[in-house]
Design a protein around this ligand. Structure first.
Ligand SMILES: O=C(O)CCC(=O)C(=O)O
Length: 350
């Protein structure tokens, strides 16, 4: 994906390409529509192309949900990966398969993939995160006067869906929804395609994934962040098929907020809202300690470019301590099988 270059196309030519993409979408050819607009962006850098891509992914996601047929949960489960230096099952991306991912999640709740993303891509994503946060902070609630910005352009949605995104809450926590940061979204998805994350997630879910606009976030976690223990299944609901690709963009876990994890499988949601829990969906420390038992809690030291892959049953929290001195950048990216998609989430075709 190209950056913030100035486009060589006039508005009428952009209009024409976008109209053609909308026609393709209306006739059900969503991939052709997405290809047409991403190629046009590659060639001409017009901001409206990359902004329209996010909207096309939403429309395609809705169409996919409407037509999706039940698909069985895939069954291949291999032995869990060995525990690595982080205290979690670990593998390189090219040796990780859906079977070992399943086996490791079913035993230890997650998989750590050190150094999955190279330095140049990490640096580009950190820059895009900072620029998208800055663009969002300039937001007054009005439509930007200069037209759509590829850094921050709120995805246009019906009111109920727009409200469900909780944009102000996400911004208050130092985040930007990826669906509102079209250039970062396009770059991340193209990167994940190129390095095999898309096919790993598809194999794991047994279907082409739908992202959730609510649960795909660029984050710059501040030192005063609140880290409530939780399982995402506590608010995503039961009977879903989900996977989160969490990407550390800066080193974290020692000087910057990382993640605390209970590295065991939970078949149930651990009781929430106990004494001292910050949110009603959060788990109190005492309940975490008894749920963790002998397995205990792991606070890995993540490097920039590491992935942590986990599902909705993994018990985790943002790990933050008064001694920490640095902010942390990361991207949270939840995907779901269309036939087991959670209620109330806004779909984006991946
Ligand atoms: O990045 C964080 O600190 C929190 C991430 C998280 O809770 C998640 O990805 O589900």
């Amino acid at each position: 994906m190209s950056g913030l270059a100035v486009s060589d196309l006039d508005q009428a030519s952009v209009d024409e390409i976008l109209a053609r993409a909308d026609e393709l979408g209306a006739s059900g050819c969503w991939d052709d529509a997405l290809d047409l607009v991403s190629t046009a962006y590659e060639e001409h850098s017009a901001a409206r192309f990359v902004c329209h891509l996010a909207r096309l992914r939403y429309l395609a996601g809705m169409a996919q949900l409407e037509s999706s047929k039940p698909t069985a949960t895939p069954e291949g489960v291999d032995d869990p990966l060995p525990i690595g230096a982080s205290g979690l099952p670990s593998a390189s991306l090219d040796t990780l398969s859906a079977g070992t991912l399943r086996g490791s999640i079913q035993r230890h709740g997650c998989v750590h993939v050190p150094g999955a993303i190279g330095e140049a891509d990490v640096a580009a994503l950190v820059a895009l995160t900072d620029q998208s946060i800055a663009a969002q902070q300039r937001w007054t609630g009005a439509v930007p006067a200069q037209g759509p910005s590829p850094l921050w352009h709120p995805l246009k949605l019906p009111k109920r869906e727009a409200v469900s995104l909780g944009r102000k809450w996400v911004a208050g926590g130092g985040g930007v929804l990826l669906s509102d940061a079209p250039l970062a979204l396009a770059m991340l998805l193209s990167l994940y395609h190129r390095i095999g994350v898309h096919s790993l997630v598809s194999d794991y879910l047994g279907a082409r994934p739908l992202l959730s606009a609510n649960k795909n976030t660029l984050r710059r976690v501040a030192l005063d962040a609140v880290g409530g223990w939780h399982q995402d299944g506590a608010f995503l609901g039961a009977d879903i098929r989900a996977i989160n690709i969490w990407l550390a963009l800066t080193p974290c876990g020692v000087d910057a907020p990382g993640l605390d994890i209970v590295p065991r499988r939970f078949e149930e949601i651990v009781p929430t809202g106990g004494t001292g829990s910050y949110f009603d969906w959060a788990v109190a420390d005492a309940d975490v300690a008894s749920a963790a038992g002998d397995v205990g809690i792991v606070r890995p030291e993540f490097g920039a470019g590491d992935l942590l892959i986990f599902d909705e049953m993994c018990l985790h929290r943002t790990a933050v301590e008064p001694e920490m001195t640095l902010e942390r950048h990361a991207i949270e990216s939840w995907s779901f099988a269309p036939s087991a998609y959670p209620n109330g989430q806004v779909p984006l075709l991946w």
